[in-house]
Design a binder for this molecule. Structure first.
Ligand code: G6P
Ligand code: MG
Length: 220
């Protein structure tokens, strides 16, 4: 194919931010401090390791290497309990509509996520079969806004970066897509995602006429 579509996972396909929040909050509370929804905003698109560093800064806690590693594992074990209960009802509105549109046109689809739990989550919500390539936290060295994750995804799809579209909910993800020379589409608040080429609050705002034009422009 000449064109490809790349989806972020957390905040684009499913709203896992609420589970990340609960797991980080549980850890913060155990360590004796509060963790707010507002602070959780800073964690979107950010690697697990960097999240823990920020959390400990918030709590004013200096950890030994052993403590740090233990808390990383503890947070993830807790997070996985929430993930385990997920099903297709947690897919964000109209995500399947867009995936089906692309499938019908034989346009390849990749995942480009910072999460190391991407595959189990896609399995849980029954969307794994849509993806021709999965690039996640297990495959990348450099976190968004570095374009690495999206460039590997384009490569796996066999599509040149300038002919890829990226759906993202995090500022760092939009920056990564722009640096990769891809068409960035922000999903969420346009004031926050102002660097995106296009912006929608969610997939219900994306109609087939927009998608058809986008595909036609890219294929030129
Ligand atoms: C996504 C989320 C972040 C999360 C990161 C790593 O980018 O938006 O909040 O920290 O993935 O997720 P993981 O599942 O590997 O802990
Ligand atoms: Mg995201």
């Amino acid at each position: 194919s000449t064109i490809g579509f790349i989806f972020d996972l957390d905040g684009v396909i499913v709203d896992t931010a609420k589970y990340h929040y609960l797991a980080w909050k549980n850890l913060a509370n155990e360590l004796g401090f509060e963790f707010t929804h507002e602070q959780n905003e800073l964690f979107k698109g950010v690697s697990r390791k960097r999240c823990l560093e920020i959390l400990l800064e918030i709590g004013g806690i200096k950890a030994t290497k052993e403590q740090f590693d233990t808390w990383m594992i503890e947070k993830n074990v807790d997070y996985l309990q929430y993930i385990d209960k997920m099903d297709a009802s947690e897919i964000l509105p109209d995500v399947p509509k867009v995936l089906d549109f692309l499938k019908a046109k034989n346009i390849p689809i990749a995942l480009g996520s910072a999460s190391k739990n991407a595959k189990p989550i896609l399995e849980k919500v029954n969307l794994l079969s849509y993806f021709d390539a999965i690039v996640d936290g297990n495959n990348v060295a450099k976190a968004k806004p570095d374009p690495e994750v999206f460039l590997i995804a384009a490569d796996k799809l066999g599509v040149s970066p300038s002919r890829c579209v990226v759906f993202e909910d995090a500022v760092a993800g939009i920056q990564a897509a722009n640096t990769a020379n891809m068409v960035s589409i922000g999903i969420g608040d346009s004031n926050v995602l102002s660097e995106a080429k296009y912006n929608f609050n969610n997939f219900t705002e994306i109609d087939s006429s927009f998608l058809n034009k986008l595909v036609a422009n890219l294929a030129e």
